[in-house]
Structure formats: structure tokens, C-alpha cells
Ligand binder design. Sequence first.
Ligand SMILES: [Mn+2]
Length: 388
Amino acid sequence: MRFALLSDTHIGRSQFKLEERELDFKKAFKNCISRIVEEKVDFVLHCGDLFDVGKPEHDDIVFVIEQLQKLKVPFFIVPGSHDMTATGTVLTIFEKVGLLTNLAHPRYRVFKDDKIVIKGEVVGDVFVCGVEGRRANIKEIYSLLDFQKTKCKTKIFAFHHITSDVSTIFADIPTALLPKGFDYYCGGHWHSKSVIKHYNSKIIYPGSLENYDLREMERGESKGFFIIDLEKKEEKFIEMPVRGYKILKINIESLNPEKKKKKCIAQIKPDNGKLLIIKLSGKLKSGNKGEINKLRINQDAQNKGYLFCKIIISDVLNPIEKIKVEQGNKTLEQIEKEYLMKRGYTRTQIDYAKKFMQIIGSEELTGLHLEKAQKRIIEELENEIERD
Ligand SMILES: [Mn+2]
């Protein structure tokens, strides 16, 4: 028995607001489905973020219907954080018309003796079940999980969270919280292809099918999906093509504006249809980093055949005096505050920024609509901070 494992397809994503990028994500999914059909697998498992937003555009829905109709085998999925709104998931529509099975549907849950018993589906000798990509109280939820008893030879758990062994910084749960007793832990949400040994089993993240953001491009990893052979206990990564891209890192230390522009342009070599990412760094001799002529550099890149050029100036430093803060016995918070005040920020501005970061980092906003979230942030800020 073999199955295809994919994740984070983000249909509807249009990086840099480009129509071409939107089509790239669709093309990647279409190629992937064609290849899965050729591979004649017994079922498909998608670990979430099929769509890029909880309420996708009509043409994105139609596109996904067309693709899923090509599959003649079961398509299991757990909704990712992007597939849900506060009230539900768009995947319900697809399930209603028989195109997929949402393993996180309430019918797969039984609440019993303070435990959440997870039920699943059986294909041949395989049991597959899973949980959706909600963030709120996720550690508590994992600690309450229990599972339907099964005599199946292979057990698969699908989820949409980052475990601490793929990233300590972005982890939603410590790896130790994964339920025990499964042969495969198939994950979404982490966009980099990863296979990790976990006792006698494996944690497998297929990753995204196209480069979702610049961070992924910088890592330069291959994109695709897995075919997992349960008899041979082998997983084969099928690499799929993505939009080409090039990253140019240019140091503009101590150059004047005209020379900066010339140095960038000189390094842009003609290419066809690729994305060009230019990362500038260094301290300016004079002027302000806002004065860098992005438009002119961008035009030049497009004349040389690039689809789009993104210029990143966050690592460029304006020519300001170095600010010194004596460490003494001060706390990190005091040092931060003194530094920012020396940079000319007022106490209120600093308090607002700090509170704002606390709120957006908290769980309170999970599942709220954008407008409600914005309202909540403003209310909290108004309550907490006294104006100067
Ligand atoms: Mn994702």
C-alpha cells in the first residue's frame, strides 16, 4: 500500500500581489495532482493549508474541484490555520460533494471522561486520523487526546503544528506531546521538507509546494511531496518545479545614492521570468535609506527579463551616530527603553509599541476577523496606556 503526502499548497496565494505568482501556486498543485494520478497511490493525505485564506475566491474553489476530480482514490485532509475562519472551514463544501474527507470533522470526536477520543478512517490495513491547525490552547488539547482502538497494521496521525524538533523558535508544541503509538506523524504548517526519526516511527513534513515567502527562498530547499510505501517502509520525495528565483546580496557600505543605484544595476544579469530578490546591506555614507531609487532598479530588472524584483533594505543602516547605553545593573527592559528614548521616541510611543507586541503575540486574537482583531488591539491599547 502506498500513499501520497502533501501539504501547504496555499491556493489563492499571490506573492508580491502578482497574478503570475497566483498561477504558480495553482500550477504547482496541478502538477502535483497529475503526478499523484500517475503514481497510482491508494490514497492521498494533505496536512492542511490547501487554500491560502479561509474564504477563498470562487475561481480558486472551482480550480480545486477540477483538480480533486482527477483523483480516483480517497483524499484525506486536516484543515490548516489558513483553511479556517472563526466559524468553520471551506473544506466542508468539498466534503459535502464527496471530494475529500476532513479528518478533523466533529463526527471524528467523542468527549469521554475528560478526554477527547479521536476517531479516524480505515483504508485497507491503514488507520488514519488527525487534528486541525488551531493554535488556541493547543498544548492542553494535545494533552487530552485519546484514540479509537484499532487493529490496523499501520497507524497515521495527521496534524498542522510545528513541533519543537523542527523549530524551537516557531514550535507550537514540544515533540514529546505528540500522541504515542503511531507509525507516521504527518505534519503541515512547517514549510520545509523534513523527515525526523521519532522512536520507532517518523515525523514527516512534506513542506509547501511553492516558495511561500522570502525565508523559504533563502533556504533554497527543493519543493514537492512524498510517496510513502508502507510495505517497504520507505518514503520517496518527488521534487516538483517551482518559479525560478535569484537572490543578490549587495553591500552598499559608504556609497552615495547614484553609485548605490549603479552598483545594483551592474549586478543584475539578464534572465527570463525569474524573481529577483536584492538584499542590500551596509551603512549609508549620507542621506536616508528611503532615498534608494527602488523604482529605477526595479525597471532595470524588468528590462532584463525578470518577472519581478523585490528590494529589501531592512539591513541598510542610516548614517546615525552610535547610541551608547551603559549596562550597569539595568534590566533588559530598562536598557531597551533608554536606547529607544535616546533614539528620540517618547515614553508613550515606547509603551504603545511594547503593548502592541504583547497583544499581537497573544492567543486572544486567534480566530478573530481582521476588523474585530484591529478593534480589540485599539481597545486594549486605550485601556492600558496613559497618554503623555
Ligand atoms: Mn502553511
